[in-house]
Design a protein around this ligand. Structure first.
Ligand code: SF4
Length: 459
């Protein structure tokens, strides 16, 4: 059959299914049902299921597990193959957004600095046929700015609203999933309502960027490259779906390790790929400089909120934070003293043992913190299970140390000083304090009662 754009008198292309045409053998094989089943079990046993880290069965249903595992390299190659076909009605604009915590993984793997790794990764993805490559740092900017403001509001209302404080960070989907499914109304009113960077990036691409490019959202296939599998699960949340355009804000999440596998399968080293600058959300402009947020390798919510609150609430400029290690290095606290009194008490609780201790304190009414940066992975996002693991699923400590070193060398920038963010508040959200900004940048959490056994989990 001849396609409408074919220039030949007779189209010679074989009529394979859309997904199969030109798909590399290694990806086609995994489409086989038995293979998929065994792959499912292999992955589940190895490392992926959230029950792995949450030590309970409450957090992920079998249907969700299937939808999580469907997000893999096949999805990327299906779109790339469709884009090679003559039928342009099925073509998609491929956009890939990369989390800042994924870049140190590629830098460490190929012995590069983060900026060079980012540029070469961008070049690699474009050589595959990806149209746009973005950095999700801009989405984290919004998430931090909204979290800061919400913290100060909650602080002012702490005497009127029972659940105003402590406020818990909202950026880690592993923590959010656990809080909603296992702890629910005990902690969800305490979670900051600011959307995670991934959620905001989804809205930026399928909302703002689509409009800028005169594209309907469903014409864009949006992939996130992230350090963990939990971000795949996060895309199943209701607020990633826009009914009007019948479109998901994020179509697929690939872990850094899965992208590395594509390079391995194709025998490509980042050292040999051409450098390209990241795209920006503003049409032709390119992002030449790579920056990171202050703080401990996970967008630094604690640092930013602490400094902002110290200034806003106590007119105190804090330049450097002094962390006090509590039970272990993944449970630390920072305080601000004023006239001999502790006026701010923040904590970082990483990994589920520390989270459980913090939740038990809350349950007993003994949680004295104003804010807690909660992250599911011990060590934070660089230690996500989609990147800091050896091939046999063990923590790769040497790689993690390398990632921490290269990440620390990236220049820091305050979200408040990013001109693009200010421009987007005006152009996309009708101002910083508009209704649209609140609706687009905030979410709600499930308030159902926790399961009776949820706090009796054995860790
Ligand atoms: S702490 Fe771990 S699970 Fe949470 S967002 Fe970071 S990498 Fe993902």
């Amino acid at each position: 059959m001849k396609c409408e754009n074919c220039t030949k008198t007779e189209c010679s292309k074989k009529q394979k299914s859309d997904d199969q045409q030109n798909t590399p053998v290694e990806f086609l094989n995994s489409n086989d049902k038995n293979e998929e089943k065994s792959e499912f079990h292999k992955l589940a046993n190895a490392k992926i299921l959230l029950s792995d880290c949450l030590a309970c069965d409450n957090c992920i249903t079998s249907n969700e597990a299937v939808r999580v595992f469907q997000q893999n390299q096949n999805e990327l190659f299906s779109v790339l193959n469709l884009n090679k076909k003559c039928d342009t009605s099925k073509h998609k604009v491929l956009a890939v957004s990369i989390c800042p915590q994924s870049l140190p993984y590629f830098a460490a793997k190929f012995n590069l600095c983060v900026t060079e790794a980012a540029k070469r990764l961008c070049g690699f993805l474009k050589s595959l046929g990806v149209h746009y490559v973005f950095d999700t740092t801009i989405a984290a900017d919004f998430s931090i700015l909204e979290s800061q403001k919400e913290f100060v509001q909650r602080y002012h209302h702490q005497n009127q609203e029972e659940h105003a404080l402590p406020m818990f960070a909202s950026a880690c989907p592993g923590w959010i999933q656990y809080a909603e499914r296992a702890l629910s109304s005990l902690v969800t009113p305490h979670i900051c309502t600011a959307k995670s960077p991934q959620q905001i990036m989804g809205s930026l691409i399928k909302g703002y960027f689509a409009r800028q490019q005169n594209l309907s959202p469903e014409k864009i296939f949006h992939i996130i490259v992230a350090p963990c599998y939990d971000k795949k699960l996060e895309t199943l949340r209701g607020d990633f779906y826009t009914p009007l355009s019948n479109s998901q804000d994020i179509d697929c999440v690939l872990t850094s390790g899965e992208v590395f596998q594509i390079m391995e399968q194709r025998k490509i080293s980042l050292k040999e790929t051409a450098e390209q600058d990241f795209d920006t959300l503003f049409g032709g402009a390119k992002e030449a400089e790579l920056i990171r947020h202050d703080g401990r390798s996970s967008d630094g919510y604690l640092e930013h909120i602490f400094k902002y609150a110290a200034k806003e609430l106590f007119d105190t400029e804090v330049k450097e934070l002094t962390y006090k290690v509590l039970k272990n290095k993944d449970f630390q606290e920072v305080t601000l003293e004023k006239d001999g009194e502790t006026v701010l008490r923040f904590a970082a609780a990483y990994g589920f043992r520390n989270i459980q201790n913090m939740v038990l304190k809350l349950k007993k009414g003994k949680c004295s913190y104003h804010f807690v940066e909660v992250l599911a992975c011990p060590g934070g996002c660089l230690n996500g299970k989609g990147q800091a693991q050896t091939e046999d699923g063990k923590p790769d400590k040497a790689l993690l140390r390398q990632m921490e070193d290269v990440y620390a060398a990236v220049p820091v920038r305050l979200p408040e000083t990013d001109g693009h963010v200010q421009k987007l508040y005006q152009e996309w959200l009708e101002g910083m304090d508009s209704m649209k900004a609140h609706q687009s940048l905030h979410t709600k959490y499930s308030m159902e009662k926790p399961a009776a056994t949820s706090l009796d989990i054995k860790w």
